[in-house]
Design a protein around this ligand. Sequence first.
Ligand SMILES: [Zn+2]
Ligand SMILES: [Zn+2]
Length: 572
Amino acid sequence: MGDRKWVIGSAWPYINSVPHLGNMIGSVLSADVFARYLRLRGDDVVFVSGSDEHGTPIEVEAFQLGIEPRTYTDRMHEVVSRLFKLWDISFDNYTRTESPTHVEFTRRFYMEIYERGYIITRDEEVPYCPRDRIYLPDRFVVGTCPYCGYERARGDQCEQCGRLLEPRQLVGPRCAVCGSHPQWTTTRHWYLDLTRLEGQIRRYVEDNPHLPENAKQMSLAMIKEGLRPRAITRDNKWGIPAPFPGAEGKTIYVWFEAVLGYISAVIEKSPEWERYWKDRDTRIVFFVGKDNIPFHVIVLPALLMANGGGYTLPTTTASTEYLMYEGDKFSKSRRWGIWIDEALGLMPVDYWRFVLVYIRPETRDTSFSWATALEIINKVMNDDIGNYVHRVLTFIRSRMGGAVPPRGSPEPTDEEFIRRAMRLLGEAERRYERVELRDALHAVVEIAREGNRYLNARAPWDLAKTDPDMAGTVMYHAYWSLKMLGVGLYPVTPGTMARMWGMMGLGAGPRTWEEAMRPPEPGTRLGDVRPLFHKIGEDEYRDMMRRLNEIREAKAKAAYPWEAVYLPDEAH
Ligand SMILES: [Zn+2]
Ligand SMILES: [Zn+2]
């Protein structure tokens, strides 16, 4: 390790709203934890994402607000970028689809595909709402999914079974705005000829050893049904102008340009971008929720194949299952869930990061519930981890002169404890490598539990009276285990572990994974010792819920969407 090269991408959020906790663990936060782990390994990492800002939903909302779409997305991009910083997301580049680099790259990339004959035109019947007098974009047509029978499927995708759809396929199509039956009129559109790429895509998916089971199964099912040409142009104005001859006035469909952002964001970041995107040895990993599987596992690889420009195909798409909120789907309209701005007003960000990774929906849907969250905070973060760290550091400060004691003459039990801690960190390493972030975290937590058992068994407070040297030996080994704990937890709770490094007298935070294995330096002077976490009791929980209501009441009064976002450093 240490000589690997990675492009890490998290799904581009559509910024007509801020992400909620489910979006966060499905993409941005998981990607950040993985990127931070890789950097500790000394790997060469470029971690990118950006605001997905084009397309009809934002165009329509801006129109309703009486402002330009660009004004709307300028503000929202600024707000969302700040929220990600407050969540300690370590992007190397968080950009946007209005970035000139992205616009220019997208147009050139599509012309290259066009010149290679993978773009075809079709005259198409599009839905038109006679009552609203507008052409209806795909997602503004709703009806019954022909595959699974879900009655509120959108014309671009079925939320229930995840399949990509065309409005024509919906049974009983209706206008999403007014509910009337759409008429069909003719317009010309440019299509990606996915059918010609089907064999290549099938091999890419079948032969890929890294894809999670949900991504593989969903993609193979879609390929089996036959990949049909997909329209990549739209009749709206807010987007990237389609570059094809005769396509004046059309734009590239948002879904087909935002995925190219993983490349343009690296171009924008580094003049050496081809070192990443055109080197066979680069590992390219996307973090997305399962609803984003088709565009990352089928469409983007297909675009790269059609372009023929020597781009490396993605290594894998780390797709999670859904996170629910108290047993039900997050819903913006019903205000069901917690959004990432509100979360910042309730608890420190590392509490959220820890809890979300601890319950990350890796193999099945999981639910965020306050009961579980408080149990994780109070029992795991506070009792298992926080208390262990505090016991060790305060003992060294008050009984050992505030400096790491010498190793002395360890007994087998001391050495066995360190071996067990190393084995647990090794287990965490294997899990991190396989992007099993939840299991990695659970393995690291075991180090603290072992540590508490070790202290109880060795009782250094008794030894200090009878055999002070042996008490020092115990604290030396306990301190060493804190280094392992700190390195293992750093990707998940970077701010808190940086603070702990300061208390341990080790500087601003762990820099390498190997640091954990190196024995401590006796004589290292500790800094100020403060509790890492605190328990959240009944009263504090009630206060939090009251604060959440206040935040929501303030948001409800906002005139514009970007004002309906809670930013803690501006809070009164
Ligand atoms: Zn369906
Ligand atoms: Zn209508």
